[in-house]
Write a protein that binds this ligand. Sequence first.
Ligand code: SF4
Length: 493
Amino acid sequence: MSSSAVTRLSKSRIVAGLQCERRLWLSTYQRDAMETTPGSQAVLDAGNDVGDLARELYGPGLLIGHVENMSKALAETAAALQGRGKRKTLYEAAFQYQDVLVRADVLKPVPGGYDLIEVKSSTSVKDYHLVDCAIQAWVIQNTGITLRRVHLAHIDTAFVYGGDGDYSGLLVTEDITAEVADLTKQVPTWVRTFQNVLRGKEPSITTGEQCSKPFDCPFFEHCRSQEPQGPKYPVTILKRSAALTRALLDEGYMDLRKVPAERLTNPVHQRIHAASVTGRPFLDPAAAEHLDGLGFPRYYLDFETINFAIPRWADTRPYQHVPFQWSCQIEQRDGSLKEHAFLDLSGEDPTRNFAESLLRTLGKRGPILVYNQSFEAGRVKELATWFPDMADTLLALIERMVDLLPITREHYYHPAMLGSWSIKSILPTIAPELNYNELDDVADGGQAQLAYLEAIHPETPIDRRAALDTALRRYCGRDTIAMVRLLQALAGR
Ligand code: SF4
């Protein structure tokens, strides 16, 4: 490999280097150590979809192709910029300066130069977007192009899709010329620093706060696997208490069991600490008092949703959670259980059928047990606004909801939960045989969303769609059966 190829940077590598120099080095030399999660894949896919749509919204222009061949992309860009006649808007124009390569989402001709528009699928301008644009502006200007203004186009969450493919108004454009001009002065230093990093050995940086700020680093498992195993119960399991955790770490406490009990004043922290020290689970008998009074039949309910950056169905907003699946276990007084379910993989708007089938199954009375009520109740409220004819009966469901999350957080903890009250952390401690790991294709909410997207894709073969249907039903059903077992455990049964 030539030294120029070794030290060649792109804007994404510079952004990676600003997060962590080891991330820059790994993303250049050890890409196979990178892990793609369903969440990170979904973000990438959303970015590509929004980029494609932006080209429609910004009108006709020349798309510089050659995604895999930068030399051809550079040559095509240069030819387009030097050509005579009316200047065109350029999409994905490629530029290089001092071994830094960038591609500009939109370069729009204006009197005296060009406007640069960077398109993002996020819902506001972030600091790292300014960095991203500053790198582009520095490269483009140094190739002799005059940039008049720099804009960032991002999604407007207030946009409501009216249908018929009309997405005008989905993107809102903010002028960030001044902020970018300030940052551009720092780019030469970043370039020199990171080219030196790439000439050297893998930086010996250990995992820390930088691994999730501003992005979850895809090399986390790789780096973590090379570090000595930490304590079984690290102080970081005290979630939602960054200041306390930081203070304890600064004082040299790595192992929660070594922290004096009197340092913890929050009752939940005290419970986690006591269970970690003793190795014994905590179950408060008062939980049974909350639950024994619940009538029958009992409905254990869970929703799965999809949230498109670009709304697919009329009357929905960007990133709105639109429900496409529910599972419900109905428990009778004699302990018998029956599962009911709804899943729409047609690709059409699932909401009306979702709401109607839900109302049919849940009837008029009996407690509806959910885990984290704000999610299910939020979706039911949205259904009520979309379907006024069902609004009263839908809203009546919320009155019947019983949230198992706060009851569990208040009354149950097992050391193996490691500070998490997610249903997936609890289930192995009360019903180890119901393991999410044994589920194929879909074992968490992120995978359920990807499975749904794959299933509704017109080119997905019928047998694959059938397999995804089964996997989604098993997954959502596992969530509701987990709630049944949780209630039994809380009630001491
Ligand atoms: S996991 Fe952390 S230490 Fe490792 S490369 Fe990423 S940010 Fe750097």
